[in-house]
Design a protein around this ligand. Sequence first.
Ligand code: ADP
Length: 270
Amino acid sequence: RDDLMLQFQITLYGDNERLVMVRDITRLHRLEQMRRDFVANVSHELRTPLTVLTGYLETYTEHADQLPPRWQRGLGQMQDQTRRMQNLVEDLLLLSRLETDHQTERSVPVAVPPLLGSVRDDAAALAGGGCRVRIETAESRDLLGVEAELRSAVSNLAFNAVRYTPEDSTITLRWRPWQDGAALEVEDDGDGIDPVHLPRLTERFYRVDKGRSAATGGTGLGLAIVKHVLLRHDARLEIESRPGEGALFRCVFPAARLIRRPLGETGSDT
Ligand code: ADP
């Protein structure tokens, strides 16, 4: 059969004994594919009606002064909720693309400091003067990857740091040598996360505090997106956190993903 999927598990016993287990996961794989296609199709179909709604709401908002105050409030809420739906639809589409496409875009050397600089500006704008966002770069090599995907991963981590920390927090975006490779870190000194939640944090729609997450404007897909971007870059996500002491999200890249920039070139390709 074309779509036959087998899973092999080989266990070593002593010096020369092996136990080989073979599982037929074809049906599981097909179901997973159907789920992905369904989510991608629904999200795609929702895009157009949402664009129409946003268009009308914008027009009505321009003439909001002609409406009674109660209606004006309603209009504002409709805009907020439509924006939330749009963010959700875009994140669902991005996630299904990350799950299914096999690196359609080629990896290129990405200069990390300018990338962090632009994420810092976006995060500072989101914080509206609240948190302090700083950058530390101790690694000089470039990262071989797809820039848009890397940007989306770091932005999600940085925006979470802004959204889940008190106003006077400090957020650090860091690019540093780590083990044999390098790590991109986003650290905050906010409330942190109870370790019981850490193993499930990158699952879709897993939230520590549902009410608070919805209020912050998150879609519940941010860390799932980060995880999939890292998988596509042979990297892994480590999360360290203790309640009351902040959180550290570390994206660990292997040495094979790092490349030294030729002498004389500056990192201006981001
Ligand atoms: P959401 O849209 O809810 O932010 P994410 O997948 O990005 O979805 O994050 C999952 C959950 O992880 C969040 O709801 C939040 O409870 C927790 N979280 C993420 N980042 C942080 C952080 N820096 N500090 C505290 N909690 C965090």
